[in-house]
Ligand binder design. Structure first.
Ligand code: PGA
Length: 257
């Protein structure tokens, strides 16, 4: 695992986007695992800039997103007005700015009639695409990777996940405004790739920024490897893993480059 500490979150976004761009240039039809949340927004902005100004070509790229809220997803061609789905997030923050083919993008379907069957199909689709070449990851305030909340086993596959109160509170703030939603309508469950699914990716790119992540970053990278902090699975990931942090998120680390 390589840990890179940057001065600010803008530099984190630039470095993360450079790694993603490197994978796309080496393998134009690569399969990217993508993340949502506030942390990757800058990375997506930078990728959009690289597409516009440097011709970074997404025409053959295939993407699979980590997770989606259960009950609020909408297909990409529907009205987004009231939609707080990660499908919409991806469209707004990245997909509409680049030349990716909509049929090559995959976000778990939060409106699936039979979520368990959908989860199995999502796993099969990742396999059929040849597996994930590069997986972008954030770290949740409670140490989750994707929506794998504390206690989720490292061999878990794509599944329906009950969200912790902390995750619901953290993510409530990030919902699209001004439409927003009432707290009581904030989803309690999500569909998420399992830790086992993520561990099969060929490469990990984990990013975290801000002082509020310093303690969980320390637990993730230097603490006990435990399902209590599912992001700590990075310590048993045997392939290439790059962690990019800003100074604030790295503040409590003992070892850093
Ligand atoms: P955040 O979420 O980027 O909004 O902090 C990270 C995560 O939940 O993985």
């Amino acid at each position: 695992m390589e840990i890179i500490v940057k001065t600010n979150d803008h530099s984190v976004s630039r470095s993360a986007a450079e790694i993603i761009a490197r994978v796309i240039r080496e393998k134009p039809n690569c399969v990217l695992g993508l993340a949502t949340g506030s942390t990757p927004i800058g990375t997506y902005k930078e990728l959009a800039r690289m597409h516009k100004e440097e011709g970074l070509d997404f025409s053959k790229v295939v993407t699979f997103n980590l997770d989606e809220y259960l009950g609020i997803g909408l297909a990409l061609d529907k009205s987004y007005k009231e939609d707080q789905s990660y499908a919409r997030f991806m469209y707004e923050e990245l997909f509409r700015h680049i030349n990716i083919k909509p049929e090559n993008t995959h976000v778990p379907n939060g409106l699936a009639k039979d979520p368990d069957t959908f989860c199995k199909a999502y796993e099969a689709a990742i396999q059929a695409a040849g597996g994930i070449d590069l997986q972008l990851l954030g770290i949740g305030g409670d140490g989750h990777v994707a929506f794998n909340e504390p206690g989720t086993l490292f061999d878990s596959r794509t599944h329906v996940q009950l969200l912790t109160e902390k995750t619901r509170q953290d993510n409530y703030k990030a919902f699209f405004q001004p439409a927003g939603i009432d707290w009581e309508h904030m989803p309690k469950q999500a569909l998420t790739m399992g830790v086992g699914t993520i561990l099969e990716a060929k490469e990990w790119l984990m990013i975290a920024t801000g002082a509020n992540k310093a303690e969980i970053v320390k637990q993730t990278l230097e603490g006990e490897v435990s399902p209590r902090v599912t992001a700590s699975a990075i310590q048993i990931f045997t392939r290439k893993a790059t962690v990019i942090l800003d100074k604030k998120a790295a503040a409590r680390l003992q070892y850093r480059r």
